[in-house]
Structures are given as C-alpha cells and as structure tokens.
Design a protein around this ligand. Structure first.
Ligand SMILES: [Zn+2]
Length: 487
C-alpha cells in the first residue's frame, strides 16, 4: 500500500475522533466581536493548541500580536529544506449567534440531526477548517509510522489558526510581517471557503472586496408630535428611506454614478468558466430561503422557473455574485417600535458595498458618499462615514498547485471539482500571499449553500466533512508529486 493509500485508510478507520474534536471546539463560544467572550477566546486558542500537539505538530505555541487574540501556531519540519512546505490557515473565532430563539438546537451544544448535518455555531465556519487539516496530518503520520521501517513525513507542514477573522483580521498583516520567516512556505492552503453545492468540491479563485458606510440623516433638532407638525415637516426615517431608495432601481441595479467605471471586464476564459458551472435557480432560491413570489434582482424571474442548464440568465447570477458590486443595508435605525407617535429627528443606516475583484474600495466609498450627499431630500442634513474597506482578490491559476488541488478534490469527493468565485471578502488573502513572496494560495473548505454560516442554525454536512478531510490527505500527496514546486 502506498503512503497516501494507507493514510486514507487511517483517516476512514478513525474519523469519529475528528467529529468529536469538532464538537469539543464548537462547545467553546469563541465569539471574537464581543468582549464578554474574551475568556472563551483564550480557552479556544488553548484547546486548538492542545489539539495541534495531539495531532503531532511541534513547536506549538500561542503567538501574540499587540491587540489581537492569540494566534495558534505549530509546525512539523521532518522532511527537511529540500522538501516542499505547506502552510495551512484557518480561524477559531466565530460570529455571534444572532437571534437565539431561532436556533432549533443550542448554538454551543453541537448536535447531529437526521439530515446528516451537525448543527452549532462555528461547526462549518471555521472549526471544521481546523479539524480537517489536523485529521489529514494525523492520517499521514499514522501511515508513516505503519511503514516497515517507519518513515518520516515527506512534506513540511505549518499551521496557523487566527482568532479575529470574523472581525476583519485587523492585525493579521502585522502578524505576517512579524513572523514572515517562521511562516515561509511554498504554498498556502486556506480551509475557510465554500463548495458550490453539497458534494460538489470547489476551489475558490476570486473574492469580492468591500467598503462599509454609515449614513445618518437628521431633519429636526428634536422629535415632534406627528399630528400637530406632520405634513409640512418630514421625519428623518422617511428622509433616510428616500436617500437609500435612490441607490437602486426597481430591478435591483445600482445607480451610484461611476461605481462601475473601474469594473474589470471578464476575459473570455473567465466567462466560459462561469458558463460551464451548473446552476439550478429553484435550488438556489430554496437554499436562500426566498419566500413564495420572490424574484431575483436584475434579470430575475419567478421562483418557480427552473433552469437546469447554463443560459445567459443563469451565468449572470454567478457573475452578479462574484464579479459585480452589490449593496446591502445591514442595519436601519429610526425610532424603536414602542416609541411615541412622533416625527423622528434622526435616523441611521449601515451599508455594506461589495466590490468586484480589481475595483478600488476607496474610490467606490467616495462615489457612494458623494451620491448620498447630493440633493438631500427636503434639505435634510446627511452625514456619511466610511467604515472598514478591503480590495477583492483573484488569482491566476497557472501555477501547477491549482491542478494538484483539483486532482485532490476529485479524489476526495469522488466528483469533478469546479473553480468558483466567492461573493464574500477575505481581506487578508492578498497580503498573505504577498508577504510570503507571492506563493500560490489555495482556497478550499466545507461550507455549502445550506450551511447558513453567520446565520442561525449553522450546520455542517458530515459526509462532506469527511470528503474534505480525504481531499486534504490527497492534497499533500499531489503537492509532493509536483516536480518543481521548490523552484
Ligand atoms: Zn470563516
């Protein structure tokens, strides 16, 4: 039996322990956005470090960067400098639980349901990403030990797990610079992205950028009786609604002047790749939970229309999600529902503007701000504060590592993999690769459309979890087979 075959064998024989480890990590409420979970964040970092040691990593330590939760680091460099080095990345922090009453099972008490999915906050994003790397490593080390005579691991492994991904990885760039030598690698593998569908393995090659903005509209210096004053005077909530409504037409198209001036055109190859992806509109709407009668923006059609083959309509959904800007109002604040019957004086909204890879977030933020400030309704005072921003990312897939990753995914899932984009933003992917000298970045993970990451009832398909771990085992083998990775 080859090393990789016996590693797969070990993985399958002992996969239960990986699910147990995932449950153990999920029980720790490592919510990075809330101070009250600070103790849990440290406890989670320590639990991850412990699992590093148990999986066989060495030099395991919590690396501190001023202001950031601890980074967990470990490595195994038995293979020596002539062998390739893979740096894996995942994160141990999770999003807040949201509306607790909407959870069908307690968020931090992971439970397997009849649909074969494990439910809990962070099971998919991204504690699964941590465990599948450790599972693959454990399997490889078991395989090496079973050889006669035993051999050492033929590849060098480094693994870093951060604790502030869900709040923007603010310190990651400083951390990368600080530990550049320790982290040096020939390829980085980030296990924190999604598959196009359950059971359909995917490699993510582009991410959207983003800019956030807060809009505040004031019409009065204090609230007024809505009956005695309403009519000639307009309340701030209505003025804000008018400000927001000019951002998008009824078809869902963005109307911010100049926003798309720097939108890169897709190459023929890129468009062909999008065309080749499977798309089922009905399933897409069902996964999203779109209500009856709802339709998609732009070239949207009725929810009941099904389209099994790629047409110009279906392509546009992927293009819209991955290669076009999108605007979402993430929060609105006028007056609380139990407030007096009055004209509100001040109202606020938070806006998240996603951007295509290649678009400049500062520029987009300025365009948004200028448009919101232009012609305020009824002369209302409008303030726009731009928040965090980050550029998108896309990679050429010329490096043979990408083909190696596709082969590994195919073997792990037993299904032909796809290359996809992602509408979300992972701001550090570009800097990560740059700081390490432009090495290829492979983005893969086990999230799927029904997993509801960041929402209530987050879940993980355990069958895909095992397939992803299997793919990680194969990935090591496929990378080892690349002739000139060491350049
Ligand atoms: Zn994540």
């Amino acid at each position: 039996m080859t090393l990789v075959d016996s590693a797969i064998h070990s993985l399958e024989a002992d996969f239960k322990q990986e699910i147990e480890l995932l449950k153990e990590l999920t029980r720790i409420p490592s919510v990075s956005s809330n101070e009250k979970h600070a103790e849990a964040m440290v406890r989670c970092a320590e639990a991850v470090a412990k699992s590093f040691g148990e999986a066989g990593l060495e030099q395991v330590q919590l690396l501190m960067t001023e202001g950031a939760p601890p980074y967990v680091f470990g490595e195994l460099l038995q293979a020596g400098p002539a062998a390739p080095t893979i740096l894996f990345y995942a994160h141990y922090d999770v999003q807040p639980t949201g509306r607790d009453a909407d959870w069908r099972t307690p968020p931090f008490d992971p439970q397997l349901q009849e649909d074969g999915r494990l439910y809990g906050r962070g099971v998919a994003d991204d504690k699964a990403g941590i465990v599948l790397v450790l599972a693959a490593l454990r399997a490889w080390l078991a395989s090496c030990a079973q050889q006669n005579p035993p051999v050492s691991l033929p590849v060098n492994i480094k693994f870093v797990v951060e604790g502030e991904e869900e709040i923007g990885s603010e310190h990651l760039e400083a951390f990368l610079h600080q530990h550049r030598e320790r982290l040096a690698a020939d390829v980085i593998v980030l296990t924190d992205t999604a598959n196009l569908a359950t059971g359909l393995p995917s490699l993510t090659t582009s991410l959207r950028g983003m800019v956030a903005a807060e809009v505040e509209v004031s019409t009065l210096d204090h609230p007024l009786h809505s009956g005695l004053w309403g009519g000639p005077l307009i309340d701030a909530s209505m003025a804000l609604a008018q400000c927001l409504s000019k951002l998008m037409n009824e078809e869902g198209e963005l109307l911010i002047p100049g926003l798309k001036d720097d939108l890169p055109a897709l190459t023929q190859r890129e468009r062909q790749a999008l065309d080749a992806l499977p798309f089922d509109e009905e399933e897409f709407c069902a996964d999203a939970g779109l209500l009856d009668g709802g339709r998609l923006a732009k070239q949207g059609s009725s929810k009941t229309t099904s389209s099994k083959t790629a047409s110009s309509k279906t392509v546009s959904v992927y293009e819209q999600m991955w290669r076009q800007p999108a605007l979402v109002v993430t929060a609105l604040q006028g007056a609380p529902l139990d407030s007096a019957n009055q004209l509100t004086a001040r109202a606020k909204a938070q806006i998240s503007l996603r951007l295509a890879p290649g678009q400049d977030p500062q520029r987009a933020g300025e365009k948004l701000r200028a448009f919101l400030l232009e012609n305020p309704p009824f002369g209302a005072q409008v303030k726009v504060a731009l928040g965090p921003s980050a550029p998108g990312w896309s990679t050429s897939v010329e490096n043979p590592c990408f083909q190696a990753a596709l082969r590994a995914l195919e073997k792990g899932y037993g299904a032909a993999p796809t290359m996809i984009g992602c509408g979300g933003s992972i701001p550090f992917v570009g800097p990560f690769s740059q700081v390490l000298g432009g090495v290829p970045a492979l983005l893969l993970g086990v999230e799927d459309p029904p997993c509801n990451a960041h929402g209530e009832n987050e879940s993980l398909d355990l069958s895909d979890f095992q397939k992803a771990a299997r793919s990680c085992v194969h990935l090591v083998d496929e990378i080892l087979k690349l002739p000139d990775l060491k350049g």
